[in-house]
Design a protein around this ligand. Structure first.
Ligand code: FDA
Ligand code: NAD
Length: 434
């Protein structure tokens, strides 16, 4: 039997895949040129919705409403969109082998396809406590979140257990966003995380104190410091308690774990160069092997603005890296070049009535303004990070679209600042007046 040959193949059907498909179409894709292989059952969707509106007790988001590219104000791409554009979308189809020398892939069903150019966009998966040998971590009632399937299991548990209690392990993005969703569903939550405060990758102690205080005011109990060392189950295998290193035992009918992500590198392992825990790519998302591109969470790319190599596990980069890769592929076909990727880090989160954005780099001295006024939840406050006399990072809680644009501009332009006092007294106007 002749194997089907595609001009382009995308392996992985998440955020990057959806935005790459749209860019191919915008660049003049011909029917039959592109195939997408996804182990998920659904056409690419905006993954951030899963830890937010998907879990709301009322007005919950459901497909097709959050298919890409709805999250960035674009047109939604339900499965029919792919058919209309002559794209073969293979759903519930895991790629088991990707042979970059033979330019072929094999699915879990044993089907083989050939390609000319491949974009690998396999994203990440959650770190499991069972993998680090925590006793009882395989109990029923312990939930992780990456895909719709995971979110549906958590929703069923919320319905089944009514008011919990729940223990959320991890104080990062998943921990904070899912705690807020559980509270909205009237579940009583205890958060447990190591270290002195939540969101250690980004927050200063001062920023963390605000968010922790806000969560406590919503009825959340926060236990900082000791790790979970064991889960006890009942005779049916259902989790009953979480034991901490300091001997504390917390009752739990639901446990939600968010202790970090690990990129899914299996398919290209040993075939392309790696760096920083991902696949090393250039400013066009080309790996070390010709015609093999890697985008989104798995790509370790040159962060031009800071002159180093980084991996970024956030949606804005997933979208932009995919667009950049497709533009580079199309430009090369025409013998043209495009500018190298010049990414300004952008992270955000929303929970309860809170909403923050961050741009740039959180290095150097952190200067937080407006915190006293921020005791009222509607107030704005923020942080600037200053390195070598320049503002290199900016965080804003409660900003309007214009104000968020202003802090992005600060992080991009890196204006000089004479003293910490200048930033403290100017606050947001430092950003809005440059
Ligand atoms: P993504 O994970 O989106 O897609 C990878 C796809 O590849 C999946 O469909 C997977 O099943 C598939 N796949 C993997 N291996 C495969 C194989 N061998 N064969 C076939 N298919 C395969 N970021 C942010 O900036 N703001 C936010 O609010 C959030 N919120 C958020 C919530 C939740 C619950 C999660 C899990 C993550 C976020 N993020 C986020 C992070 C953001 O969603 C993430 O960075 C992007 O989805 C990454 O896009 P990718 O396309 O790289 O992977
Ligand atoms: P994270 O790295 O943001 O947070 C991990 C948290 O777990 C930290 O608080 C850390 O101290 C804690 N931790 C680590 N090991 C632990 C252990 N053994 N026991 C208890 N706590 C432990 O990761 P996450 O929150 O799991 O997020 C997963 C992925 O999803 C990331 O890629 C993240 O970027 C992405 N995500 C992003 C957003 C957003 O950008 N708004 C929202 C949700 C998810």
């Amino acid at each position: 039997m002749t194997e089907k040959v595609y001009k382009y193949v995308i392996v992985g059907g998440g955020v990057s895949a959806g935005y790459a498909a749209r860019e191919f179409v915008q660049q003049g894709l011909k029917p039959g040129e592109l195939a997408i292989f996804s182990s998920e059952e659904f056409a690419p969707y905006e993954r951030p919705t899963l830890s937010k509106a998907y879990l709301f007790p009322e007005g919950a988001a459901r497909l097709p409403n959050f298919h890409v590219c709805a999250g960035s104000g674009g047109t939604k791409q339900p499965p029919e969109w792919y058919t209309e554009h002559g794209i073969d979308l293979y759903l519930s189809t895991e790629v088991k082998i990707l042979d970059v020398e033979a330019k072929s892939l094999t699915t879990s069903a044993g089907a083989t396809y050939k390609y000319e150019t491949v974009i690998v966009a396999t994203g990440a998966t959650f770190v499991r406590l069972a993998d680090s040998g925590v006793p009882g971590a395989d109990a029923q009632g312990i939930y992780y979140l990456r895909e719709i399937d995971d979110a549906d299991k958590l929703l069923a548990a919320i319905k089944d257990k009514k008011d919990g209690p729940a223990v959320v392990i991890g104080g990062g993005y998943i921990g904070l966003e899912l705690t807020a969703c559980l509270v909205k569903n009237d579940v009583k939550v205890t958060m447990v995380y190591p270290g002195p405060h939540c969101m250690p990758r980004l927050f200063t102690p001062e920023l963390a104190a605000f968010y922790e205080g806000y969560y406590e005011a919503k009825g959340v109990t926060i236990v900082k410091g000791p790790r979970a060392t064991e889960f006890e189950k009942d005779e049916s295998g259902q989790v009953k308690t979480v034991k901490l290193k300091d001997g504390t035992t917390i009752q739990a009918d639901i446990v939600v774990v968010g202790v970090g992500a690990k990129p899914r590198l299996e398919l290209l392992k040993g075939q392309v160069a790696e760096e920083k825990g991902g696949f090393k790519v250039d400013g066009f998302f080309k790996t070390s092997v010709p015609h093999v591109y890697a985008v989104g969470d798995i790509a370790a790319f040159p962060m031009k603005i800071y002159g180093d190599i980084r991996r970024v596990e956030h949606v804005d980069h997933a979208r932009k890296s995919a667009i950049q890769a497709v533009q580079a592929i199309k430009a090369e076909e025409k013998g043209e070049t495009i500018p190298e990727y010049d990414y300004l880090p952008y992270f955000y989160s929303r929970s309860f009535d809170l909403s923050w954005q961050f741009y740039g780099d959180n290095v150097g001295e952190a200067v937080t303004w407006g915190r006293e006024a921020a005791q009222a939840s509607s107030s704005k406050f923020g942080t600037y990070w200053v390195k070598d006399g320049k503002v290199v990072g900016a965080f804003l809680e409660g900003g309007s679209p214009e104000e968020n644009k202003a802090i992005a501009k600060v992080a991009k332009e890196q204006p000089a600042v004479s003293s910490k006092d200048e930033l403290l007294s100017a606050g947001l106007s430092f950003a809005t007046t440059i």
